[in-house]
Design a protein around this ligand. Structure first.
Ligand SMILES: C[S@@+](CC[C@H](N)C(=O)[O-])C[C@H]1O[C@@H](n2cnc3c(N)ncnc32)[C@H](O)[C@@H]1O
Ligand SMILES: [Zn+2]
Length: 313
């Protein structure tokens, strides 16, 4: 495991962190905040006081990663990820920024089991994963160790307030992450802050369209659009008590809105468009319906399941 203090900064005041034995503390005498060891060289930077949407997401993601049937055999899931998703994601990121194994620092936000960072560790100098789910980090750690990957750092923290130095990251990847809290703009500002000049941020999120207004409602998606948002929050959170919200708080976005938020945060060359990914329509019963849905999801913005948003610092 790489030395974590090279990349860390105090999330409260932004000053460098010092490490003594198993303790991390802020080097600023007026702050002096200390950060506790969670397990095996993984420290927690997560504030105990979280907003309701973040609390809901932490609880649901911990539940999700504790599901034995899903996560016992994560090696099998990793192979599935490689065959279904990896080429798409890697190709689309490297169209925007080349990897250099001697210099590239890749940050996977909401890293979960670190599938992408694990697959790319040999193309990077360092891969950094941050997640607020302890269960996810345990899985990620086990996977990386099993594969004898050494150039990684795992952080227990919040994307909206990362314990990472300004201007230290080349590529940020978030696969279905920045939709899991209400304060999207704060998160996007954080992404901008930690990137090096000319670094890129690449995020995929659910697209606000016919899909989010229909089948995504089964797991409580919240369309991020005035009035629709308030109605969906009232139904899913207040009335139905979030029971069916498998992924916690989950927004869907219009491409124009995400572009606006990125540009406002300072990003240049911002693009938001269809994310090319393998489509999963196993739940559709007949072949003809399945084929029609796949065609629409590939060809009509009204049905694209996910969009990618890319910005350069
Ligand atoms: C859809 S999963 C994606 C996991 C991984 N990127 C992948 O592709 O398999 C979303 C992840 O984001 C994490 N997450 C969501 N909001 C977060 C936040 N505010 N801070 C840190 N992690 C967060 C969740 O715990 C979860 O692991
Ligand atoms: Zn501090």
């Amino acid at each position: 495991m790489s030395d974590i203090i090279d990349i860390l900064a105090c999330p409260v005041c932004g000053n460098p962190i010092t490490k003594t034995n198993n303790k991390l503390s802020c080097s600023n005498n007026d702050c002096k905040k200390s950060y506790s060891l969670l397990f095996d060289n993984i420290f927690s930077f997560l504030d105990n006081d979280q907003s309701d949407d973040t609390e809901l997401s932490i609880e649901k993601w911990n539940e999700f990663y504790s599901d034995k049937t899903k996560f016992d055999d994560y090696e099998k899931r990793y192979q599935l990820y490689l065959s279904d998703n990896y080429d798409n994601v890697y190709r689309q990121i490297s169209e925007n920024k080349k990897f250099d194994e001697k210099t590239t620092i890749l940050l996977e936000i909401g890293c979960g089991p670190m599938f992408l960072a694990r697959a790319l560790s040999d193309k990077c100098k360092l891969v950094v994963g941050i997640d607020f789910s302890i269960k996810a980090l345990k899985t990620a750690k086990a996977m990386l160790e099993k594969n004898k990957i050494k150039n990684y750092i795992l952080i227990h923290g919040d994307i909206k307030n990362m314990p990472i130095k300004d201007g230290s990251i080349d590529i940020i990847y978030g696969g279905g992450v920045i939709e899991h809290f209400t304060d999207t703009y704060t998160a996007i500002q954080e992404l901008y802050r930690v990137l090096k000049p000319s670094g890129i941020s690449f995020n995929t999120v659910p697209h606000l369209n016919i899909g989010s207004l229909t089948y995504r409602q089964v797991w409580g998606n919240i369309p991020n659009f005035p009035v629709l948002k308030q109605i969906a929050e009232f139904i899913h959170i207040k009335l139905l008590k979030s029971k069916h919200m498998t992924f916690g708080y989950e927004l869907s976005f219009l491409a124009t809105h995400l572009k606006y938020l990125h540009s406002k945060a300072g990003f240049k060359k911002v693009e938001a468009k269809k994310f090319e990914t393998k489509l999963m329509f196993e739940f559709i019963p007949t072949k003809i319906l399945k084929n029609s849905m796949s065609w629409l999801a590939n060809n009509s913005p009204l049905f694209w399941p996910m969009i990618k948003v890319i910005g350069t610092k």
